[in-house]
Structure formats: C-alpha cells, structure tokens
Ligand binder design. Structure first.
Ligand code: HEC
Length: 236
C-alpha cells in the first residue's frame, strides 16, 4: 500500500519535474499580428518537411485576418489553391530514409507537446559533432531534425540554458544568427503561438461564445430568481 502511494505521488510529481527544464510561454490566440508572423516563419522554414494536413490555408487566412490574395502570393509555395489542405510534396518514405524518422504532421503538435515544450524546443538546439546532423537539442535529445532556424537564431556551441528563465541562454556561438536572443525568443513565441492556434482553431470562437453564454446565464439567473420568489411568495 505504501509502495502504491509512493508510486502515485511520484507519477503526480513527474510532470512537474519534467517541466522544470522548460521555459514558459503563455499563448495568446487573440494576438493576430503574432500569429501572422508565426505563420510566415512556419511556411517559409517548416513546410518543406512538415505538413499541417488537417487544416486548410483558407481557414488560416480567415482566422488570422490575412487577405486571400496576399496569402496565396506569399504563403503558399506548393502550387496548392487556397481552399486546399496544408499538405506537402515530400514523400514520407524518402523523408524516413533521409532523417531516420519522417517529419511528423504538425497540425496537432501543440496539443500533444504543449506550448512550453515547443517554445523551449525551438530554442534548445546546439552544436554536437557526434550527431549525424551536427546538432542536438536540450529538450529533445538526439533529435532527428536539423536546426533549420540557425540563420535567424544562430547555433549555440554548447547546450543552451533552456528553462533557466535567463534572458541570455547561450554564451558561445558556433554560428551567429541574424537576430539577438530577445528577437529570436520573440520569433519563437510567435511560431509557438501560431502552432497553438493551428492545433485548436476554434479556441478564438470558443472564448467569444463563452463570454456570451456567461452573460446569458447571468440574465437568466435574475429571471429564475424572481420567478422562484413569485412561486414561493404565498406558501410561508
Ligand atoms: C529538413 C526537414 C525539416 C524541417 C525543414 C523542419 N523539420 Fe521539424 N522535424 C524534422 C524531423 C525529421 C523530425 C523528427 C525528429 C525526431 O523525431 O527525432 C522533426 C520533428 C519536429 C518536431 C517534434 C515533433 C514531435 O512531437 O516529436 C517539431 C515540433 C518540429 N519538428 C517543428 C518544426 C518547425 C516549427 C519547423 C520550422 C521552423 C521544422 N520543424 C522544420 C524535420 C524537419
């Protein structure tokens, strides 16, 4: 019995322990400008390998307030039309041969991994010559994905201090990026924010409708209360 309790306690604690080496980010799916920047990073740098095939371009354009023609011109490279699903051209079998694992579809990744994990993962790459791609990651050790954002954020020469909450998490760079740490963090916030939206596009609607429902319940309560008083008036 005592053993059981210990195991239970440990399993309750383990998410906390695991979360200790992640940096926090609070997603804000009302911040359309942030999600637009995230969508841009995603299309330009990720859709060569990753699909988001449970989502349509048109829905993203509408939800993020991007005019359809602008979206088609700047954010679709596969020749797909705006109404189509966000698929990619890379065949899964080839990808598996190149990377050892096929790059997974990312439509729902924020719901599987959580936004803190994503935000930390994107900032956790560092140079490691023992790995086939020359990089490793503090959050996902021995990751099979190259550090595709090195030109933006640089590549740290040693494991960056992800999860420390410090503003500067790398002191020694193997490759310098075009952005400083703060700028790159903000860009990775936008990217994570976009992925949160992608995994749950109804979040915006749900929050808006939720407010109406609460207002309705409030008004309804007043009438229910008055009616209740009316019914019981003569009984006491
Ligand atoms: C050159 C191909 C390639 C590109 C470009 C690429 N990735 Fe990946 N990605 C991979 C591969 C391969 C994996 C699987 C790695 C593994 O499981 O070891 C992966 C894994 C991931 C994962 C982990 C998924 C999970 O839950 O295990 C995330 C998140 C991710 N990629 C996000 C991105 C984002 C965001 C971008 C754009 C900034 C991007 N990737 C660009 C190849 C790529």
């Amino acid at each position: 019995m005592r053993m059981l309790i210990a195991v239970l306690m440990l399993s309750l604690l383990s998410p906390l322990v695991m979360a200790a080496d992640l940096d926090r980010m609070s997603p804000n799916v009302r911040d359309k400008a942030s999600m637009q920047r995230g969508a841009q990073i995603f299309t330009n740098n990720c859709m060569g390998c990753h699909s988001a095939e449970y989502q349509r371009y048109k829905m993203v354009a509408d939800d993020l307030g991007i005019p359809v023609d602008l979206y088609e011109e700047n954010l679709i490279f596969t020749g797909a039309r705006i109404g189509e699903l966000m698929k990619i051209a890379m065949p899964k079998d080839d990808a598996e041969q190149w990377f050892g694992v096929a790059p997974p579809d990312l439509t729902l990744v924020a719901r599987v991994r959580g936004s803190d994990w994503l935000y930390s993962f994107f900032r956790g790459f560092y140079a490691d010559n023992t790995r086939p791609l020359g990089v490793n990651n503090t959050v996902y050790s021995n990751v099979g994905m190259p550090h595709v954002l090195a030109d933006m954020g640089g590549l740290c020469a040693e494991a960056p201090r992800v999860g420390s909450g410090e503003a500067v998490i790398c002191d020694d760079w193997a490759i310098e990026g075009s952005m400083d740490q703060q700028e790159f963090d903000r860009a990775m916030y936008d990217l994570s924010n976009f992925l949160v939206y992608l995994g749950e596009p109804a979040l915006l609607d749900r929050k808006r409708i939720g407010a109406y429902v609460l207002i309705f319940l409030g008004v309804f309560f007043i009438f229910a209360f008055m009616l209740n008083r009316e019914y019981w008036k003569d009984i006491h």
